[in-house]
Design a protein around this ligand. Structure first.
Ligand code: PBG
Length: 338
């Protein structure tokens, strides 16, 4: 007796498009390229680079090592870096005055990188947290109960002009003070730096995923319980409309690129930004996202190569044109088959 085989009569069988590597590649909608990536890099004084600690992607480097890293990244097709300083404790003060030192670490690093690897797009972080003893992104009011928005913006605008003068291609305010993009644009233009762009951290949430970064730049005190706290300027993770409003305001104020952060936790916000503007959208896969994957892989719970690729692809699929990630170098190496 012949057995009846069970057959569904389906007009569509989605699996036909997933049957092999070739067809999967042909119907792939999103691809990750080295040129989508921006590497956040930390520069420190001294000739020796600081102990990598458990997270190699957050190692503060001397200017000499920074240049080596930039050469390697450029060779791999990574087009940009975002530079942060690790400032010596002795140089920090309440107002973060070292940020305005005309011979400061970041300025020397920018000049050196632009001289050595001129084609690499150099972006610099504009915020006071690496320079203040309290770790806030700005200067405090006299009663020390709040971050003084307008005095902070004045300092940021001066800082941005110094960075532009050193050769930064983009300045990146990461502080979330009101009105800083317009003030920075005006200051740059007045100083003759009309060609320097602004990448604004437009939708930056008050996230628990910035911990390893704060260790790397030594801005951890602001994470403590002492008032004020960063929630008085960074966005509430509950708020989607407010995030979009910040994006639109930064664009109106003159931002060339708007950034959403932390990327993997804000895929909806990235999509909102993508749909709200024709301007480029950047996303920052932050230190805690990186650390969580690295730690899980070390415990044997995740395949790091696959998790890394998937996490970045998802950010791109959400609508990001470029991604800041501590995985930039290894992703570019993997894409190059190294
Ligand atoms: C502060 C700044 C932070 C990060 C980038 N710029 C931390 C903070 O807001 O305290 C976090 C980046 C990361 O975690 O990778 N200006």
């Amino acid at each position: 007796m012949k057995e009846e085989t069970f057959r569904l009569n389906l007009a569509s069988r989605g699996r036909r498009l997933r049957a092999g590597a070739g067809v999967r590649a042909l119907v792939g909608e999103t691809a990750l390229r080295a040129s989508d990536l921006v590497a956040p890099l930390f520069v420190t004084e001294g000739r020796e680079s600081a102990d990598p600690g458990p997270l190699p992607g957050l190692r503060p480097m001397s200017v000499v090592d920074l240049i080596k890293e930039c050469r390697a990244l450029a060779k791999l097709g990574v087009c940009g870096i975002m530079l942060f300083p690790r400032v010596e404790t002795e140089l920090k003060d309440e107002d973060g005055r070292a940020a305005l030192d005309p011979d400061g670490l970041v300025l020397r690093a920018v000049r050196a990188v632009k001289a050595a690897v001129p084609g690499l797009v150099v972006m610099t972080d504009v915020a006071l947290d690496p320079y203040t003893t309290h770790g806030h992104d700005g200067v405090l009011t006299p009663d020390r109960k709040d971050v003084d928005n307008d005095r902070t913006v004045e300092a940021l605008a001066r800082m941005a002009v110094l960075h532009a003068g050193a050769g930064a291609d983009f300045v990146a305010p990461s502080d979330m003070m009101d009105g800083r993009v317009a003030a920075i644009r005006a200051a740059l233009d007045a100083a003759g730096f009309g060609r320097t762009g602004i990448l604004a951290y437009a939708a930056k949430f008050a996230s628990a995923f910035y911990g390893p970064f704060r260790e790397a730049v030594g801005s951890a005190p602001a994470a403590g319980k002492r008032a004020p706290d960063k929630r008085t300027y960074q966005l509430n993770p509950a708020n989607r409309r407010e995030a979009l409003r910040e994006v639109l305001e930064d664009l109106e104020e003159g931002a060339d690129i708007v950034m959403v952060k932390p990327a993997g936790l804000c895929l909806d916000i990235i999509r909102d930004a993508r749909e709200a503007t024709l301007r480029p959208v950047a996303a920052y896969q932050v230190s805690g996202e990186y650390a969580a994957m690295v730690a899980a892989a070390r415990a044997g719970w995740l395949d790091l190569d696959k998790a890394r690729h998937e996490s970045l692809l998802a950010i791109k699929r959400a609508g990001a044109d470029m991604i800041l990630t501590y995985f930039a170098r290894e992703t570019a190496e993997a894409l190059a088959g190294k």
